[in-house]
Design a protein around this ligand. Structure first.
Ligand code: 13P
Ligand code: SF4
Length: 305
């Protein structure tokens, strides 16, 4: 049986042989981090995919991230190493439902969180990620915004932009959404000296208690650059592990173990290895009209963000 290190060495060799770049979302495990060419949040991954010179991309994250890379780089082959890795939030709204909402609010611009299917992106005016949502909505000409699908991220943005009118739908990340003030109270009682850093997908009353609110990369940078020594992390639990590796002299705690995203954890080192060997993974295939229409909303995100 090969060791973990031997598999990692083989992955490095196969990457070169097949002209493949491995892009990794920050919620992946430490073993996947170690074979990454780039690690980042959703926004960083989209930008990196666009700039990347290699022929193939393996996206270690969830399906909407691989679809986003394919939309931005239609001439590359993009692979999702574990086809079961989805994002429940991305599937919360159907194309038909969004069409009906657009008819109900024809004077609103549709701002779609990047955590949506490629199909939904074809109907959006612009996409956002959690790290550029405020900037994009601020720079949008229209003051009326239909924000889909996450009302928590949407409300966080709306608070920062009182000059704009927002409409939301019901939805959200099942993990971040389930955080409560009670979780914050418990964490603060256990770690009274810790700062609370949370993702804006958490509910408003949790966000209000935070010392810092931001996307995945923002949370990591804040913790690394801070003089503080202890942090409670209100986003996917991998971030606790990565920060502990990066800052061994500091202490990190998960706000709750319910912040474990099983979809983000679905991809294993062997999935990546087998994808490179052509024995596993799914190549993302999208038809040209979908790519063209969805691309507009992502281009707008990059232009306005
Ligand atoms: P980021 O935009 O911070 O990468 O978050 C993506 C995500 O899935 C959050 O749950
Ligand atoms: Fe989707 Fe939530 Fe998992 Fe992020 S953490 S991929 S929003 S289910």
């Amino acid at each position: 049986m090969p060791s973990v290190q031997e598999i990692k060495n083989e992955i490095e060799r196969l990457k070169k042989e097949t002209d493949t770049t491995i892009l990794v979302h920050a919620y992946q495990g430490q073993d996947i981090f170690e074979i990454a060419d780039y690690v980042g949040d959703s926004y960083g991954l989209a930008i990196k995919a666009q700039d990347d010179p290699s022929k193939n991309i393996i996206m270690c994250g969830v399906r909407f991230m691989a679809e986003t890379a394919k939309i931005l780089c239609p001439n590359k082959r993009v692979f999702l190493p574990n086809p079961t890795a989805g994002c429940p939030m991305a599937e919360q709204l159907t194309k038909k439902e969004l069409q009906a909402l657009k008819e109900q609010f024809p004077d609103h611009s549709v701002v779609a969180y990047v955590n949506t299917t490629a199909e939904l992106k074809t109907l959006a005016d612009v996409c956002v990620t959690s790290s550029c949502a405020v900037e994009v909505c601020r720079n949008l000409e229209n003051d009326k915004i239909l924000f889909i699908p996450d009302p928590n991220l949407g409300s966080y943005v709306a608070e920062k932009l009182p000059e704009k009118q927002f409409r939301f739908i019901q939805g959200g990340c099942p993990h971040h959404y389930s955080m409560t003030k009670e979780d914050v109270k418990k964490a603060k009682a256990l770690h009274p000296d810790a700062l609370l850093l949370v993702h804006p997908e958490c509910p408003k009353d949790v966000v209000e208690e935070a010392d810092y609110v931001g996307a995945t990369t923002g949370i990591m940078n804040f913790a690394k650059n801070s003089d503080h020594k202890e942090f409670v992390i209100g986003t996917e639990v991998s971030i606790v592990e990565h920060l502990q590796f990066d800052c061994p002299d500091k202490k990190f705690y998960a706000l709750s173990n319910d912040l474990l995203c099983s979809d983000m954890k679905a991809t294993t080192l062997m999935d990546v290895y087998n994808t490179l060997k052509g024995m596993a993974g799914e190549e993302i295939i999208l038809d040209d009209p979908t790519i063209e229409k969805a691309r507009h909303s992502l281009d707008e995100m990059i232009r306005l963000g």
